[in-house]
Design a protein around this ligand. Sequence first.
Ligand code: ADP
Ligand code: ZN
Ligand code: ZN
Length: 685
Amino acid sequence: MVRVPVAVETPQHAGLDTTLDYLSEQPLAPGTLVRAPLGKRELLGIVWPGEAGELAEADLKPLAAVLDGLPPLDPAWQALVDFASGYYQRALGELALSVLPPELHKLDGTQLALRLRKLHKAMAAPPDAAGADAPPAPSPEQAEVLAALAATPAATPVLLHGVTGSGKTEVYLNAAAQALAAGRQALVLVPEINLTPQLEARFAARFAGRRIVSLHSGLTPAQRLRSWLAAHLGLADLVLGTRLAIFTPMPRLGLIVVDEEHDPSYKQQEGARYSARDLAVYRARLQGARVLLGSATPSLESWQRANEGRYRRLALPSRIGGALLPRVRLVDMNQQPKDRGGAAALSPPLVEAIRQRTARGEQSLVFLNRRGYAPVLHCADCGWKSGCPHCSAWRVFHKLDRTLRCHHCGFTERVPRACPECGNLDIAPIGRGTERLEEQIGLLLADTDGTLPRIARIDADSTRLKGSLEAQLGAVHAGEVDVLVGTQMVTKGHDFRRITLVAAVNPDSALFSSDFRAPERLFALLMQAAGRAGRSAEHAQGAEMWVQTWHPQHPLYAALRQHDFAAFAEGQLKEREAAGLPPFAHLAMLRADAKQAEAAQGFLQAAAELAAGLPGADQVSVYAPVPLPVARVAGVERMQMLVESASRPALQHFLAAWVPALHGLRRGGAHKVLRWAIDVDPLSI
Ligand code: ADP
Ligand code: ZN
Ligand code: ZN
């Protein structure tokens, strides 16, 4: 019998070593999948490179099975997982096993062999190569980008900065064609599942004859396993997916595209809080692949790397076909008539502009980042408000199903008929969500003869049922809708052909957020939203983006009017540098949850004291613990503590000593926290 180190899914807090040793009848290559006994269970494991430990052979258990029907996960995959585990401070086994398809955990050798046989059979014949779309002749700007790309060594990450509709996807398709022609595989990441079908159709049309698979959490477990196996076995040439696809083993990987690279959904928000965008850059280097990050509004991290020359920046400054970007119009809400004490949902000039669009058979899109009817119900007599009993948040009034719903913990009740405190019958909604906006727009646009505009609403509530989003988008595309109301869900990616007006109803709050990234996100959102207007050349002429604001002088809006991302980025980067914020500093956030705020705070304080004694502590700053913006959710108090360093290696070095010590702190039991977690490069502060 030989000893083999195996990565198994041991809980982070169990404090077990990175790998456990098992006995095998023959030596096994690292990356081989096995089934290993652990306690009373039998788990999926991965043979890991490295030295076996010291334990006496009598104390080791033999492996239950070797899944040798599957080739081992390649060394580059192992290195990626190793890196991610170290960088994001999660146990190796936990991370390695959590990024494998869930279905794989359930199969024994026989079942796996059966799946593999089926897969090989299904993929024996190459897909039909007839009828592939020919690529269009590149525009002069695209031609320049493609030439520059060809002249850039694969080892240099490329940041493709192109306005919406500038033909970035066409550049991705071209880069993918080159990778495939060289016999390599390509991985294309998009931020949202909703965007995968559209992209898949486009890639499928171009690459008929090539095998394309998708990987995202919307697939059935069996489908996800199939896609994963096809990629790992090299049967699939192209993988399209969301962030989880970054861990797909692809032995011939030659290209990684990260579309909308600035999008926050590339950051995993639980477990190992990895950034798929950042891992893409790392992985490309490991596998000698090219990495292409694309966006109309790149993250300031990537933008700064391009400024420093570490990434090559390529630009597509104009829209395909010469269509103009929509004209941006700011409505100064201070100048607008008041409506019963508050401003009307839409200012009169905006109402008029939408009316004109409708009359011409064009469409308008109005967005507001808040769903439900109103964010809070209020009793004017006694001051009662619709708070959530379990959270430090208001419950949102949903008029359609007459409920009060907490958007943090889900707690839902029927709307009371009278004030629960004083019995007053006249409880009133304050503020506005998409449901109410839809209603108000209906009233504002109703014609004197009583004809109503055709309004559709798209948000998380209206699209809960499977297929409803597709149906609603279909109605918009078919021209059956005059005004589309929605949350930011409708601002991303969709290729609406008839929308010529986009309006942001109330975007100001992000200007004054305590999160230093809020302006960056707002700018990206507004640019994305503007990109939904005037996408077809015949309608582009009069396309407009309206922004209702109480702060029309704000520099963010000035840059937006000019569609000037570079100016906006420069301003933000100056502020960040002066304030010592990313990308000029590196952050980690320690979060702790407990029944009592004092317990969470106590844990963080103890962690801070521990930190002070560690080597390298002089190179990091540990800030005071603070509650999260919504401090209590579902009866749990949440606190966080920021750690900052001017040097990424120094921060990493410090975390490598600190995090293991924190496990000890928790095991010591002095602090009754329910859980804690470290978030390296946190996105929300
Ligand atoms: P982006 O990804 O930057 O939003 P797309 O690649 O989707 O831009 O291009 C926008 C539109 O222009 C699409 O309908 C696309 O088919 C079309 N397009 C892109 N490049 C060309 C080209 N070279 N010639 C003609 N049409 C093009
Ligand atoms: Zn009351
Ligand atoms: Zn709640």
